[in-house]
Ligand binder design. Structure first.
Ligand SMILES: C[S@@+](CC[C@H](N)C(=O)[O-])C[C@H]1O[C@@H](n2cnc3c(N)ncnc32)[C@H](O)[C@@H]1O
Length: 399
């Protein structure tokens, strides 16, 4: 009996509106009872459900604008993403190709297509995603959800996706992107990362910088439409357009971060040959540099608004998570806010506050003082403002 036929190794779960045949975690636990989705013969991580919830709504917004979407889920595993996208956007998704290099995954994906009655729309392939994408054209929505880094698949995805199509990239190689291994970030993304309290945003900007550069060299522009990062992943969605001339949208959107760990001052330096401050404006602190980075917007305001509205509308059907809605709501509020958020934790510790304020209270105080401020989905203790740290402290602590 083959693995696929052994019914005890798999089970059927409902995720969103889809039924999915996925590995039964109880059959793949270690001696301590711990389960890592990578240990199963076909990958399925229930913790990525919220990311798939948002992905499905994003397909709905994108498809709603175009009237029709052809999706390539290039590293599909069981097909969980692509199948949800098609089931939850019936009528909008006219074609779905699920691909995975693992033949068993492809087999399970085929079963999942049948389970969800998608035979007329969906098909399965089993080959190297890079080879497939270099050959196949005509998909307008590409999903790149690999193990670890999407870097090796970025160039083929950007070549493959249709003009004005959308490509979404998930990265789970958090240690390089969040600044634990800056040398690895340099190797993979040609960008120096830093460990800061806002590293999730920094990592998102590193990934977008890399994608924008890969697109530019191909005579294409990658324009961020949506980005989110919680738990152990960063996911960015870009619109990809052909540009015959010009700069590929890089100038003005590429630059560096400077950051003083001592005072928490930070700033953006535009350009590729930056004029770097040598000391912190607060006096004395050493300035560290990260980059090059995407310093342009992380979201398209209208797109983020539409994702929130559609998510809200679909909440009524009862199949989407509250957590996804919260993320979409926070993103809607931070779309035009300044880059590189603060955290109340870092401020309270660095400036020895009597107690750590809530980020809600901080945003309220700043807004009452006429200063633009917002929360951020990147961190429950995070908030965004243009003010330097000492002025934030003066406003919230009366200091
Ligand atoms: C993180 S999993 C995908 C998870 C899936 N998108 C989901 O939401 O459940 C990554 C998948 O990529 C597949 N893979 C790895 N290298 C590949 C390659 N070069 N081409 C195609 N698939 C590949 C693996 O077999 C694995 O199933």
């Amino acid at each position: 009996m083959g693995v696929a036929e052994d019914s005890s190794l798999f089970k059927i779960v409902k995720e969103g509106k889809a039924l999915l045949k996925v590995p039964n975690p109880d059959r793949f636990r270690d001696k301590r009872g711990f389960y890592d989705p990578a240990w199963a013969p076909v990958f399925y991580n229930p913790r990525m459900r919220v990311s798939r919830d948002l992905g499905s709504v994003i397909v709905g917004v994108y498809g709603g604008r175009r009237g029709d979407v052809r999706i390539l889920d290039a590293l599909a595993a069981s097909g969980a993403r692509g199948i949800r996208y098609a089931v939850e956007n019936r009528g909008l998704v006219s074609k779905l190709l699920l691909n995975d290099i693992n033949p068993l995954a492809a087999r399970i994906a085929r079963e999942n297509i049948r389970l969800n009655r998608l035979e007329g729309v969906a098909d399965v392939a089993s080959e190297d995603a890079a080879v497939l994408m270099l050959r196949e054209r005509g998909f307008d929505f590409l999903e790149i959800d690999p193990f670890g880094s999407p870097a090796p698949f970025t160039d083929p995805a950007l070549r493959s996706v249709s003009h004005r199509g959308m490509a979404c990239f998930t990265a789970t190689d958090m240690p390089p992107l969040l600044g634990k291994y800056p040398k690895t970030s340099l190797r993979k993304y040609f960008s120096w990362s830093l460990r800061t309290e806002f590293s999730r945003e920094l990592g998102t900007r590193i990934l977008l910088y890399f994608i924008a550069r890969e697109a530019a060299k191909l005579g294409r522009r990658a324009i961020p439409l949506y980005a989110h990062s919680t738990d152990h992943y960063i996911r960015v969605c870009v619109k990809v357009e052909k540009t015959k001339s010009g700069s590929g949208g890089l100038p003005g959107n590429i630059g560096y971060l400077w950051y003083c760990r001592k005072s928490l001052h930070r700033g953006v330096i535009e350009g590729i040959v930056p004029r770097v401050p040598t000391s912190c404006p607060s006096g004395g602190g050493k300035v560290e540099i990260a980059g090059p980075l995407w310093i342009g917007p992380l979201w398209d305001g209208e797109f983020a608004e539409a994702v929130y509205s559609l998510y809200m509308e679909r909440m009524g059907e009862g199949y989407l998570s509250r957590k996804g809605l919260k993320i979409a709501e926070l993103i809607k509020g931070e779309v035009n806010a300044p880059p590189f958020f603060y955290t109340t934790e870092a401020l309270a510790s660095r400036y020895s506050l009597r107690s750590e304020p809530s980020p809600h209270a901080v945003v309220e105080s700043l807004s009452e003082a006429g200063v633009k401020a917002s929360l951020t989905h990147f961190d429950p203790k995070g908030f965004r403002t243009n003010l330097p740290p000492e002025e934030i402290i003066r406003l919230i602590d009366g200091g």
